[in-house]
Design a protein around this ligand. Structure first.
Ligand code: ASN
Length: 316
């Protein structure tokens, strides 16, 4: 089988510098060549490096698109894809690939490492072997292979900043791919999206500012979907709605998602037309608004897209 490995940067391919770990060309290429030479990986693996290699803290929606375009262009020449990526924003990129590649007909496995391949106790080798193996066996869709686990690309989150087993994803039986009659590439133009966290005594002025200046808002609500309700908050939510600025409400809790309607303290969300994000992670909500704004010009269609499960991101 033939696998295309797209190396984007991240700790996995880093080396020590006077400023701390930074990407170094050749690290991942050499590791893959050694795995193939030793027989640990049976497939033909072509490595394609995206320049410049970055710490994923520098990733932008253009980088998501570049990875998606590369996969789309090579879709008929390879049986599976591996994307090596920094862990800090890996969840955003995995979510973006799910939405960018409707009708995806191959497994796309995103991986990385918490410790570089250039240090003795690296987790990069195991993650690379696992990812290359999963790329030949997994169902078509975007998966994250990390710390011995295969996780749903649309639901994954970085949950630990130090542990090798750094990622989690709530379970679903839905596959991480958007359905389409044929493989396609979704348009994506960057937009200004605010991610606001409701806090005790939340200042509605922040939401009001975002409603007047941003293209979309992710509102991280309490628990199953409550907010610190006030006339000012309601006015800000109404301003967003009147200005065709979508608001997607997600939970601050790591598990369980939203259940808007359980509490009267969540009524302001329902009354304002905020989209119930359900089980969506804040990362996915941010990415999904970017795609929604890039694809839908009509506000109702945009709201429907946001409220509809596209690739298992909302499913219970
Ligand atoms: N800062 C690194 C990155 O996201 C973290 C890592 O890959 N473990 O690129």
């Amino acid at each position: 089988m033939a696998i295309l490995l797209i190396h984007t940067g991240g700790t996995i391919g880093m080396a020590q510098t006077p400023d701390g770990f930074a990407p170094r060309a050749g690290v991942v290429e050499d590791a893959v060549a050694a795995l193939v030479a030793s027989g640990a990986v049976a497939d033909t693996v072509k490595v394609l490096r995206l320049d410049p290699l970055i710490d994923s803290a520098q990733a932008t929606p253009q980088d998501w698109l570049r990875i998606a375009e590369t996969i789309h262009q090579h879709r008929d020449r390879f049986d599976g894809f591996v994307v090596t990526h920094g862990t800090d924003t890996l969840a955003y990129t995995a979510a973006a690939l799910c939405l960018a590649l409707p009708g995806l007909a191959r497994p796309v496995i995103v991986t990385g490492a918490m410790r570089p391949l250039t240090v003795p106790n690296t987790d990069g080798t195991a993650n690379l072997i696992d990812a290359l193996t999963t790329a030949r066996t997994a169902a078509a869709g975007v998966w994250v292979q990390f710390g011995g686990k295969k996780l749903h690309g649309a639901r994954v989150r970085k949950a630990h900043s130090q542990a090798l087993d750094a990622f989690t994803a709530a379970h679903t039986d839905c596959v991480p791919r958007s359905a389409a009659p044929a493989p396609d590439l979704s348009p994506l133009r960057p937009h200004e999206i605010a991610v606001l966290t409701v806090t005790p005594g939340f200042s509605a002025a922040l939401l009001d500012h975002a409603a007047g200046t941003c293209d979309g808002i992710v509102l991280r609500c309490f628990g199953a979907g409550t907010v610190s309700d006030s006339p000012a908050l309601r006015a800000a939510l109404r301003k967003a709605q009147d200005g065709n600025v979508p608001v997607v409400a997600v939970s601050q809790c790591a598990e369980g998602g939203m259940q808007i309607g359980t509490y009267a303290a969540g009524k302001a969300l329902r009354d304002s037309g905020a989209v119930d994000g359900g089980q969506m992670t804040p990362e996915m909500a941010f990415v999904k608004i970017q795609f929604a704004l890039s694809q839908q010009s009509d506000f109702d269609a945009l709201q429907r897209y946001l409220a509809t499960d596209q690739c298992g991101e909302m499913a219970v």
